[in-house]
Ligand binder design. Structure first.
Ligand code: GLP
Length: 241
């Protein structure tokens, strides 16, 4: 596990974006695993600028997102598909056909989980997976107590995650309690993983991820078993190490 501690969230975004850009420049048909949440927003802005200034080209890149809320209508502004389109895909030269996000409006989400795994296999698997981390140590929507070998599946969100993500929904708006997420087994098959974390509210999860036992009580701790992981954080997220 390589640990990178930087001054602030801007430095994390810069480092993370450059890391991804270099990977794409080395392998233009890279398969990227992508994450949502507030942490990667600035990193995506930096990738957009790099694309607009011709430092990187996404024409041959394929992306697979980690997760999606289950039960939000297509085009819902809180869906992760909407987030990815508006925060990244609409602003870069990627072919939208090559951007995969689990379908949270599916009539048959169980079958869709199997199809998601099939698409991933067809595209040769993820070369570089970007991860955020929940304050309870979740990755994707694999909450504490999840199987460490799981594949893409329907997951129930923990109370902690529902309350952490409440800020994105308007008062009185119903918030999904279910999601479709790549499983931990799926994530671990990525050839390389970069997890980014910023802010003091991630310090406990980061400590458990890096220094704790490998345990489903902190799903991200399984990353200790992966041969090629980089964890990039700011000083606040590193403060309990
Ligand atoms: C969300 C997502 C995760 C994300 C995490 C942290 O619930 N499912 O993929 O990494 O929580 O989000 P944030 O970056 O907003 O703290």
């Amino acid at each position: 596990m390589r640990i990178v501690i930087l001054k602030d969230d801007l430095a994390v975004a810069e480092f993370g974006a450059n890391y991804i850009i270099e990977s794409i420049n080395k392998k233009p048909n890279t398969v990227l695993g992508l994450a949502t949440g507030s942490t990667p927003i600035r990193l995506y802005e930096k990738m957009m600028i790099a694309n607009q200034t011709k430092r990187v080209c996404f024409k041959k890149v394929t992306t697979f997102n980690l997760d999606e809320y289950l039960g939000l209508a297509v085009g819902h502004p809180q869906s992760y598909r909407y987030f990815m389109d508006h925060r990244l895909f609409n602003h870069i030269d990627i072919d939208k056909e090559n951007t995969f996000v689990p379908n949270g409006a599916s009539d048959n989400p169980i079958a869709d989980c199997t199809h998601y795994e099939e698409y991933l296999r067809e595209k040769g698997g993820v070369d570089l997976q970007l991860l955020g981390i929940g304050s309870n140590g979740h990755i994707g929507f694999n909450e504490p107590g999840s199987s460490l070998a799981s594949r893409t599946h329907i997951a129930v969100l923990s109370k902690e995650t529902i309350s952490a993500n409440k800020r994105f929904f308007s008062v009185g708006e119903s918030q999904p309690h279910l999601s479709i997420t790549m499983g931990i087994g799926t994530i671990l098959e990525s050839r390389e993983i970069m997890l980014i974390a910023t802010g003091a509210n991630k310090a406990e999860a980061i400590k458990n991820t890096i220094e704790g036992p490998v345990s489903s009580s902190c799903p991200a701790s399984i990353l200790q078993m992966h041969p090629y992981v980089t964890i990039v954080m700011d000083e606040e997220a590193a403060k309990s190490l």
